[in-house]
Design a protein around this ligand. Structure first.
Ligand SMILES: [Zn+2]
Length: 132
């Protein structure tokens, strides 16, 4: 029902370097709202939404509709939908950053472990070779 506008920027924006084009981003809108994207998809989606006003608008529409339907179900009153979307995007960004941070920490710990093992090996070699 909301498919009447914007079919202009497809395949022009955000190609290459693992970026989504609008068609791909659009396919992720419903999974985003349903919290069904994995971390990598989520990050790509958020990056696209951040720089593509068209898809952002599309997301707002879908978000509004889905939230509106949920409200009808639960019977709650007036609700700040734009605010809710902002909040949802903030939370999503935090999730992406947390994952990134975890990766950095894993990498640091791995590096430390490897360095430690190498140091031990070198010391052992020194003992073998020099008998010190
Ligand atoms: Zn787009």
């Amino acid at each position: 029902m909301i498919k009447f506008k914007r079919r202009k920027a497809w395949d022009r924006r955000g190609e290459g370097e693992g970026m989504l084009n609008c068609r791909e981003a659009e396919k992720m809108i419903m999974p985003y709202i349903g919290a069904q994207l994995d971390e990598q998809e989520l990050e790509q989606f958020l990056n696209h939404i951040r720089q593509c006003p068209d898809c952002r608008e599309e997301l707002e529409i879908y978000y509004t509709v889905s939230l509106g339907l949920r409200q009808l179900d639960s019977g709650t009153g007036v609700y700040d939908i734009t605010g809710a979307l902002e909040e949802s995007l903030d939370v999503a960004w935090m999730r992406v950053r947390a994952v990134r941070l975890r990766k950095v920490i894993c990498y640091a710990v791995n590096t430390l472990c490897v360095t430690g093992v190498l140091t031990i090996l070198l010391m052992q070699l020194r003992i073998w070779l020099l008998g010190v």
